[in-house]
Design a protein. Structure first.
Ligand code: ADP
Ligand code: TRP
Length: 321
């Protein structure tokens, strides 16, 4: 099975990215052929500062490698190192109806958040379809918020195949329901654009501060509490062993367990869980040239596949003999 997924270098990655998407990406390396990329063309729709974009790309590469991405086994690359994707996106855009794109929530949501309503932002799902179809991807592990984009990709692939004959592999989304939406410190979906994130690799003090911000109700320390409705408990469950989860749930139910104490426990757990990855990330950060080599090697392997697909598409549509 060929897996593919991308992540945008539009900021610092957080627990939502890890538990909603990246952890699955890393796990799927065992027994599958995986293509993972840093979606820098996509990030241009929101990041306008070139230095920041460069920093973010390096940051995402370090995060993935530290979290266990194995570049010997997985094709790990930067999207813009395979510009063939833009060529495919153009061809696909000519068979994509306006109506299909107009129905996409993400454009409307982003514009509502103040992001410029550019043509790139509007046509983003076509580029995403090209990302997926260029590599004959069969499975695409993503968070729930990307489900609609996968449906658009499937529509485009089927339309192409209906018009020109079987050419493109129709992919399937793989969405982990259990952690489909990781809540942020305010209870909404954790997201860079809501300012409610807890970063995996932020400084210790920053993580503690973010955890302190988690919104709680006004119950007193003594009152018994329902753990399932509690954000601290829900986040803790992502990282804690079953015994530890039961213990926290028991304390909440029993009463006499305050939110301050629970938050300390959560911050400790986050630091413990990501501790070994953090050490690895620091070691990798000392060798940025090594990271660039990894991405270049990935791009070479990705281009070999991309060129073959594009050739097939160009022949089908009549751009080549
Ligand atoms: P953000 O919302 O912070 O901008 P992205 O849209 O860049 O995050 O998401 C990158 C990946 O991480 C996507 O596959 C997305 O589904 C997943 N993801 C992001 N936030 C969450 C969350 N709170 N819960 C689950 N998955 C998430
Ligand atoms: N749109 C995805 C996001 O914002 C990132 C992405 C771009 C992607 N191209 C992709 C994900 C292809 C999976 C497959 O999170």
């Amino acid at each position: 099975m060929r897996y593919l997924s991308g992540i945008q270098p539009s900021g610092t990655l957080h627990l939502g990215n890890y538990f909603g998407a990246m952890r699955r990406h890393i796990e799927r390396q065992a027994g599958h052929e995986c293509f993972y990329f840093i979606a820098d063309y996509h990030a241009l729709t929101t990041v306008r500062d070139p230095e920041q974009l460069r920093r973010n790309v390096l940051g995402v590469a370090l995060d993935y490698l530290a979290l266990g991405l194995d570049p010997a086994r997985t094709v790990f690359f930067r999207q813009s190192d395979v510009p063939q994707v833009v060529e495919l996106a153009w061809v696909l855009s000519t068979i994509t109806s306006m109506g299909l794109l107009e129905r996409c929530h993400s454009f409307k949501d982003k514009v509502a958040k103040g992001i410029e309503a550019s043509h790139g932002l509007f046509s983003y799902p076509v580029l995403m379809a090209a990302d997926i179809l260029l590599y004959d991807s069969q499975r695409v592990p993503v968070g729930k918020d990307q489900k609609q984009h996968l449906e658009v990709t499937r529509d485009i692939a089927m339309r192409f195949n209906a018009l020109y004959g079987e050419t493109l592999v129709v992919p399937e989304a793989e969405i982990e329901e259990a952690t489909a939406v990781v809540p942020g410190t305010d209870g909404q979906k954790m997201s860079k654009s809501y300012g409610n994130t807890i970063e995996m690799f932020g400084p210790e003090k920053q993580i503690e501060k973010a955890v302190k911000r988690i919104v709680m109700d006004s119950k007193t320390v003594e009152e018994p509490k329902d753990p399932d409705e509690n954000l601290v408990y829900r986040l803790y469950c992502l990282m804690a062993a079953p015994g530890e989860r039961e213990e926290m749930a028991r304390r909440f139910r029993a009463g006499g367990y305050g939110y301050g104490e629970a938050k300390k426990e959560l911050a400790r757990k986050i630091l413990e869980y990501f501790g070994p990855f953090r050490a690895k990330r620091e070691a990798l950060a000392g060798d940025p040239a090594g990271v660039r080599d990894v991405l270049e090697d990935g791009a070479r392997r990705a281009r070999a596949v991309a060129e073959r697909t594009l050739e097939r598409v160009y022949r089908k549509v009549g751009l080549r003999e």
